[in-house]
Design a protein around this ligand. Structure first.
Ligand SMILES: Nc1ncnc2c1ncn2[C@@H]1O[C@H](COP(=O)(O)OP(=O)(O)OP(=O)(O)O)[C@@H](O)[C@H]1O
Length: 269
């Protein structure tokens, strides 16, 4: 299967510090890959570098191929069409994706209109409105017409994340990069969003790069896992294999910590 994302020897520096060092992994078309590691291990920077969104003052070396394009060293003009078209993102805090001063429906409409223009489809209002409501239904938002007519602050955090996912889906990307998309949500909503993402990825055939420090969540979301420690890749492989028989002491430690939470819960019950 062809790779939609291929990261080779990625090194990220800022102010003379090396934050990510020599990281290589790939995501095949339709594949679900989890990127795990403790806070500060370089997960988000690796994801941002994958779409050329590193902050000013940071530099990337190595190679990142997204679709058939090289991201490292590309100009903003080359990158803008790739964002959304090839890869779309969902972040921990949906308010980063949503404009607080625009109703949900209008925000989704703008993305749908942009994509339809890109694909040479009709920009007729009724087609666009139908697609917007369809997207809100697809992310299982209750009463899509009401949600479309709501401001972001009028809906719950879980509903905002569903709306942000609808906007990402509106782009019909080949790769969805989800950076801690459920971390800010309560456990029940977290499970619902994970189930939703899994269903969407399966039915649309898009690939998923799922970033989380939460191992059980990654076990649900991904089929392959890449482990980062202090900016270095320490191991990667199928989730079942890595989680059952971690080879690296760091991964063993992460799993032991996750299991001790599990045990504490079982003891309390
Ligand atoms: N804009 C920046 N300037 C300088 N250093 C940064 C910047 N952003 C992140 N870093 C540093 O880079 C390292 C990796 O950060 P990154 O956000 O990728 O970690 P992470 O694994 O995603 O952590 P978390 O799970 O807490 O989000 C950290 O040491 C962080 O302090």
């Amino acid at each position: 299967m062809s790779d939609i994302l291929k990261v080779e020897n990625l090194t990220i520096r800022a102010g003379g510090r090396v934050l990510v060092s020599d990281v290589s992994f790939s995501v095949a078309a339709g594949e679900r890959v989890g990127l795990i590691g403790e806070s500060g291990s370089g997960k988000s920077l690796t994801a941002l570098a994958s779409i050329g969104l590193l902050a000013d003052g940071m530099s990337a070396d190595g190679s990142v191929r997204l679709g058939d394009r090289q991201i490292v060293g590309a100009s903003d003009r080359e990158l803008v069409p790739l964002r959304g078209n090839v890869a779309a993102t969902v972040f921990q805090e949906p308010l980063t994706a949503l404009d607080p001063l625009m109703k949900i429906g209008r925000q989704v409409t703008e993305v749908v209109r942009r994509r339809r223009r890109r694909d040479g489809l009709s920009l007729d209002r009724s087609f666009i409105d139908g697609e917007v409501i369809g997207l809100l239904e697809r992310v299982l938002l209750p009463d899509p017409a009401r949600i479309a007519n709501s401001w972001p602050h009028e809906i719950s955090g879980g509903q905002r994340q569903r709306a942000a996912i609808a906007m990402a889906l509106a782009c019909r990307p080949a790769l969805l990069i989800a950076d801690e998309p459920t971390t800010a949500l309560d456990v029940t909503t977290q499970a619902e969003i994970l189930k939703l993402l899994e269903g969407l990825v399966q039915e649309s055939g898009m690939a998923l790069l799922f970033i989380s420090h939460d191992l059980p969540v990654v076990a649900m979301a991904a089929e392959r896992v890449v482990v980062l420690q202090q900016g270095r890749l320490v191991e990667q492989g199928p989730v079942g294999e890595v989680f059952r028989r971690p080879r690296h002491a760091y991964t063993q430690g992460l799993l032991a910590a996750a299991r001790s939470f599990d045990q504490a819960l079982r003891n309390a019950l």
